[in-house]
Design a protein around this ligand. Sequence first.
Ligand code: C5P
Length: 230
Amino acid sequence: MSAVVALVPAAGRGVRLGESLPKAFVPVGGTPMVALAVAGLVASGVVDRVVVVVPEGLPQDIIDAALTSSLGALPPVPVQVVVGGAQRTDSVRAGITATPDATHYLVHDAARALTPPALIGRVVGALYAGNDAVVPALAVVDTIKSVDAAGVVTGTPDRAGLRAIQTPQGFTADVLRRAYAAEGAATDDAGLVERIGVPVHTVAGDPLAFKITTPLDLRLAESLVAQVVR
Ligand code: C5P
Protein backbone atom coordinates (compact mmCIF):
# COMPACT_ATOMS: atom_id res chain seq x y z
CA MET A 1 0.00 0.00 0.00
CA SER A 2 1.30 3.41 -0.84
CA ALA A 3 1.75 6.06 1.81
CA VAL A 4 2.42 9.59 0.61
CA VAL A 5 4.06 11.43 3.51
CA ALA A 6 4.47 15.20 3.34
CA LEU A 7 7.46 16.50 5.29
CA VAL A 8 7.11 20.18 6.17
CA PRO A 9 10.40 21.66 7.36
CA ALA A 10 9.34 24.51 9.65
CA ALA A 11 12.40 24.66 11.89
CA GLY A 12 14.18 27.69 10.40
CA ARG A 13 14.76 30.92 12.32
CA GLY A 14 13.82 33.12 9.38
CA VAL A 15 16.11 36.02 10.26
CA ARG A 16 15.51 37.69 6.87
CA LEU A 17 11.87 38.22 7.83
CA GLY A 18 12.79 40.24 10.92
CA GLU A 19 10.06 38.75 13.18
CA SER A 20 10.61 37.39 16.72
CA LEU A 21 8.73 34.11 16.15
CA PRO A 22 10.36 31.43 13.97
CA LYS A 23 9.27 32.23 10.42
CA ALA A 24 6.91 29.29 9.89
CA PHE A 25 4.90 30.36 12.95
CA VAL A 26 4.45 33.99 11.89
CA PRO A 27 0.79 34.63 11.08
CA VAL A 28 -0.37 35.50 7.57
CA GLY A 29 -3.85 36.99 7.72
CA GLY A 30 -4.17 35.61 11.27
CA THR A 31 -3.10 32.03 10.47
CA PRO A 32 0.48 30.78 10.99
CA MET A 33 2.33 30.08 7.74
CA VAL A 34 2.86 26.44 8.67
CA ALA A 35 -0.88 25.98 9.24
CA LEU A 36 -1.62 27.39 5.78
CA ALA A 37 0.98 25.11 4.23
CA VAL A 38 -0.44 22.05 6.01
CA ALA A 39 -3.98 23.03 5.00
CA GLY A 40 -2.93 23.17 1.35
CA LEU A 41 -1.39 19.69 1.57
CA VAL A 42 -4.50 18.26 3.22
CA ALA A 43 -6.82 20.00 0.76
CA SER A 44 -4.94 18.45 -2.17
CA GLY A 45 -6.43 15.08 -1.21
CA VAL A 46 -3.25 13.26 -2.27
CA VAL A 47 -1.39 13.18 1.05
CA ASP A 48 -1.82 10.38 3.62
CA ARG A 49 0.16 11.93 6.47
CA VAL A 50 1.86 15.23 7.29
CA VAL A 51 5.03 15.54 9.36
CA VAL A 52 5.80 19.05 10.57
CA VAL A 53 9.43 19.60 11.60
CA VAL A 54 9.58 22.26 14.34
CA PRO A 55 12.43 24.22 15.92
CA GLU A 56 13.94 22.71 19.05
CA GLY A 57 12.67 24.47 22.18
CA LEU A 58 9.60 26.08 20.63
CA PRO A 59 6.86 26.11 23.32
CA GLN A 60 4.28 23.36 22.83
CA ASP A 61 1.33 25.78 23.03
CA ILE A 62 2.64 27.69 19.98
CA ILE A 63 2.92 24.40 18.04
CA ASP A 64 -0.53 23.22 19.16
CA ALA A 65 -2.16 26.54 18.29
CA ALA A 66 -0.57 26.54 14.84
CA LEU A 67 -1.57 23.00 14.00
CA THR A 68 -5.19 23.28 15.08
CA SER A 69 -5.84 26.72 13.62
CA SER A 70 -6.74 26.06 10.00
CA LEU A 71 -7.68 22.43 9.60
CA GLY A 72 -11.26 22.77 10.85
CA ALA A 73 -13.30 21.98 7.73
CA LEU A 74 -10.75 19.74 6.03
CA PRO A 75 -10.80 15.93 6.00
CA PRO A 76 -8.74 14.37 8.78
CA VAL A 77 -5.15 13.59 7.81
CA PRO A 78 -2.80 12.61 10.65
CA VAL A 79 -0.30 15.37 11.50
CA GLN A 80 2.88 14.30 13.33
CA VAL A 81 5.41 16.70 14.89
CA VAL A 82 9.16 16.06 15.01
CA VAL A 83 12.02 18.31 16.16
CA GLY A 84 14.37 19.64 13.47
CA GLY A 85 18.03 20.60 13.37
CA ALA A 86 20.47 23.42 12.61
CA GLN A 87 20.32 23.12 8.81
CA ARG A 88 17.30 22.47 6.62
CA THR A 89 18.83 19.14 5.59
CA ASP A 90 19.00 18.14 9.29
CA SER A 91 15.31 18.95 9.63
CA VAL A 92 14.31 16.94 6.55
CA ARG A 93 16.50 14.04 7.70
CA ALA A 94 14.67 14.04 11.07
CA GLY A 95 11.38 13.73 9.18
CA ILE A 96 12.69 10.86 7.04
CA THR A 97 13.94 8.99 10.11
CA ALA A 98 10.52 9.30 11.76
CA THR A 99 8.63 7.80 8.79
CA PRO A 100 9.96 4.34 7.85
CA ASP A 101 6.59 3.37 6.34
CA ALA A 102 6.52 6.10 3.64
CA THR A 103 6.47 4.93 0.01
CA HIS A 104 6.56 8.47 -1.43
CA TYR A 105 7.64 11.78 0.05
CA LEU A 106 6.68 15.34 -0.60
CA VAL A 107 9.07 17.85 0.95
CA HIS A 108 7.32 21.20 1.26
CA ASP A 109 8.62 24.44 2.79
CA ALA A 110 6.28 25.84 5.42
CA ALA A 111 7.23 29.23 4.02
CA ARG A 112 5.43 28.43 0.73
CA ALA A 113 2.21 28.93 2.63
CA LEU A 114 -0.06 29.81 -0.31
CA THR A 115 0.84 26.85 -2.55
CA PRO A 116 -2.30 25.81 -4.48
CA PRO A 117 -3.51 22.24 -3.85
CA ALA A 118 -3.62 21.68 -7.64
CA LEU A 119 0.18 22.10 -7.78
CA ILE A 120 0.58 19.48 -5.05
CA GLY A 121 -1.65 17.18 -7.12
CA ARG A 122 0.54 17.71 -10.20
CA VAL A 123 3.65 16.64 -8.30
CA VAL A 124 2.04 13.48 -6.91
CA GLY A 125 0.51 12.71 -10.32
CA ALA A 126 3.98 12.79 -11.90
CA LEU A 127 5.30 10.46 -9.17
CA TYR A 128 2.48 8.00 -9.81
CA ALA A 129 3.24 8.26 -13.54
CA GLY A 130 6.58 6.61 -12.76
CA ASN A 131 9.02 9.44 -12.03
CA ASP A 132 11.33 9.03 -9.02
CA ALA A 133 11.87 12.75 -8.46
CA VAL A 134 9.57 15.65 -9.38
CA VAL A 135 9.92 19.40 -8.82
CA PRO A 136 7.63 22.34 -9.68
CA ALA A 137 9.38 24.78 -12.01
CA LEU A 138 8.74 28.31 -13.27
CA ALA A 139 10.40 30.12 -16.14
CA VAL A 140 12.86 32.75 -14.94
CA VAL A 141 11.82 36.33 -15.70
CA ASP A 142 15.02 38.09 -14.64
CA THR A 143 18.34 37.63 -16.41
CA ILE A 144 20.55 35.60 -14.06
CA LYS A 145 24.29 36.30 -13.88
CA SER A 146 27.12 34.66 -12.00
CA VAL A 147 29.51 36.97 -10.13
CA ASP A 148 32.87 36.58 -8.41
CA ALA A 149 33.70 37.47 -4.79
CA ALA A 150 34.18 41.13 -5.78
CA GLY A 151 30.74 41.28 -7.41
CA VAL A 152 32.11 41.36 -10.95
CA VAL A 153 30.00 39.47 -13.47
CA THR A 154 31.60 36.28 -14.69
CA GLY A 155 28.85 34.93 -16.93
CA THR A 156 25.28 35.07 -18.21
CA PRO A 157 23.66 31.66 -18.65
CA ASP A 158 20.97 31.44 -21.34
CA ARG A 159 17.72 32.27 -19.55
CA ALA A 160 15.72 29.95 -21.78
CA GLY A 161 17.34 26.96 -20.10
CA LEU A 162 16.86 28.16 -16.51
CA ARG A 163 13.95 27.48 -14.12
CA ALA A 164 13.10 28.69 -10.62
CA ILE A 165 12.32 25.63 -8.52
CA GLN A 166 9.62 25.52 -5.86
CA THR A 167 8.17 22.98 -3.45
CA PRO A 168 6.60 20.53 -2.82
CA GLN A 169 9.31 18.36 -4.29
CA GLY A 170 8.23 14.75 -4.66
CA PHE A 171 10.33 11.59 -4.44
CA THR A 172 9.92 7.87 -4.15
CA ALA A 173 10.92 7.04 -0.59
CA ASP A 174 13.85 4.89 -1.70
CA VAL A 175 15.36 7.73 -3.74
CA LEU A 176 15.00 10.38 -1.01
CA ARG A 177 16.45 8.04 1.63
CA ARG A 178 19.42 7.20 -0.63
CA ALA A 179 20.01 10.89 -1.40
CA TYR A 180 20.08 11.76 2.31
CA ALA A 181 22.31 8.81 3.12
CA ALA A 182 24.95 10.14 0.70
CA GLU A 183 27.37 12.88 1.75
CA GLY A 184 26.96 16.41 0.46
CA ALA A 185 25.02 19.64 0.70
CA ALA A 186 22.49 21.26 -1.62
CA THR A 187 20.04 24.14 -1.44
CA ASP A 188 17.09 21.88 -2.18
CA ASP A 189 16.23 18.21 -1.85
CA ALA A 190 16.33 17.60 -5.59
CA GLY A 191 19.94 18.80 -5.54
CA LEU A 192 20.85 15.86 -3.31
CA VAL A 193 18.92 13.50 -5.59
CA GLU A 194 20.77 14.82 -8.67
CA ARG A 195 24.05 13.97 -6.92
CA ILE A 196 23.13 10.29 -6.76
CA GLY A 197 22.40 10.30 -10.50
CA VAL A 198 18.60 10.10 -10.44
CA PRO A 199 16.81 12.19 -13.13
CA VAL A 200 14.59 14.97 -11.76
CA HIS A 201 11.39 15.65 -13.71
CA THR A 202 9.70 19.08 -13.73
CA VAL A 203 6.00 19.97 -13.64
CA ALA A 204 4.49 23.44 -13.99
CA GLY A 205 4.98 25.51 -10.84
CA ASP A 206 2.69 28.31 -9.68
CA PRO A 207 3.55 31.92 -8.74
CA LEU A 208 1.40 31.50 -5.60
CA ALA A 209 3.89 28.91 -4.34
CA PHE A 210 6.45 31.69 -3.71
CA LYS A 211 8.57 31.39 -0.57
CA ILE A 212 7.80 34.00 2.07
CA THR A 213 11.31 35.23 2.87
CA THR A 214 11.39 39.02 3.22
CA PRO A 215 9.04 41.57 4.85
CA LEU A 216 7.82 42.45 1.33
CA ASP A 217 6.90 38.79 0.70
CA LEU A 218 4.93 38.80 3.96
CA ARG A 219 2.97 41.89 2.87
CA LEU A 220 2.25 40.26 -0.48
CA ALA A 221 1.08 37.05 1.21
CA GLU A 222 -1.14 39.06 3.61
CA SER A 223 -2.84 40.73 0.67
CA LEU A 224 -3.35 37.42 -1.17
CA VAL A 225 -4.37 35.06 1.61
CA ALA A 226 -8.03 36.05 1.69
CA GLN A 227 -8.35 35.27 -2.03
CA VAL A 228 -6.62 31.88 -1.95
CA VAL A 229 -9.14 29.09 -2.44
CA ARG A 230 -8.52 25.89 -0.55
O1 C5P B 1 15.61 29.51 5.15
P1 C5P B 1 14.72 29.03 4.06
O2 C5P B 1 13.61 30.02 3.75
O3 C5P B 1 15.40 28.53 2.84
O4 C5P B 1 13.97 27.77 4.69
C1 C5P B 1 13.11 26.97 3.91
C2 C5P B 1 12.26 26.10 4.84
O5 C5P B 1 13.10 25.21 5.58
C3 C5P B 1 11.46 26.92 5.86
O6 C5P B 1 10.12 26.42 5.91
C4 C5P B 1 12.22 26.70 7.14
O7 C5P B 1 11.41 26.74 8.31
C5 C5P B 1 12.81 25.31 6.96
N1 C5P B 1 14.04 25.08 7.75
C6 C5P B 1 14.07 24.02 8.66
N2 C5P B 1 15.21 23.80 9.45
C7 C5P B 1 16.27 24.62 9.34
C8 C5P B 1 16.27 25.69 8.40
C9 C5P B 1 15.13 25.89 7.60
O8 C5P B 1 13.11 23.27 8.79
N3 C5P B 1 17.32 24.40 10.14
